[in-house]
Structures are given as structure tokens and as C-alpha cells.
Design a protein. Sequence first.
Length: 160
Amino acid sequence: MTSQWDAQMEAFGAFIRSQRRLANLTLRQLAELTSLSNPYLSELERGMHQPTVRVLKQLSSALNVSAEMLLAEAGLLEREAGGRGEDRVSSDTVERAIRTDDQLDETQKAALLAVYQSMAKGGGTGGSSSRDGTGGAAGGSSSRDSARGGTSSGMSGEPG
């Protein structure tokens, strides 16, 4: 059981690292956004720690990923087909597929995620625009983007 849990924590750490890189954040920037220490986040990404619910909530907010998705990735939430959260799980599944597609570069992933999220939140109607008036364009800023002083376009030049 321990080796299975260790493997789960390593997979969770890899997921956090990929989400951080997708968000164009350094460990130091993520540490500032979450009020967690840089060394702790580094160890978390390497699967050395089991995150608390408080840590998962902070990561969820900073990385713009649902808390449910993080709980499932950490192995702390069972996903059941046919339950009330079925729509949310399928949305998370689509987002995960986009984020982990090796054929897409980071800009393409960000654009696809922005379009998908605007369509999912807007009810999926073809001509509707998103809440912020950007029409779901990838260049729109979020509160997470403004917190780090930029947009999600990856213009910072810093490696993940």
C-alpha cells in the first residue's frame, strides 16, 4: 500500500509541476501566490509530501484548477460515474487531456483551455461571449494573471 501511495504522490507532484509550467509560473512565483515555501513546493512536486486540504485549496486558487480535480489527482477523492459531479469530472477530464497533450505547445494549450472554459461556462452556445467580454480569447487576463503582474500569454520569458 505504501508504494502505491508513494506512486500517487509522485504522480500528483508531476501534475502540480505541469500545471505550474502551463501557468508560466516559477516555483518562487507559485510560492508567493500560495504563501507556501519554495522548498516545500519543490518537495511537493517531487512527491515527497502529502498535501493538506488547505494546501490543495491554495494550489487550486493559484493554478486556476478546481479543488475537486486536485483532490482526485492526489488520490483523496473517488470519481464515480453517474454521480452529481459527473459534469464537473468530464470537464476536468477534457482540461486534463488538453494540458497533457504532447502535440500541443503551451500557447496552444492555453488557447484551447480558454476557449473550452468559456464554452463550458457559457452553456456551450456557439455565438456567446464569455463573462469578461473577451469572447473567450486566450489573451484575456484573470485574477491570477493580474496577481503576478502579467497575462497568461507567457511573455515573462522565465522557464517553468
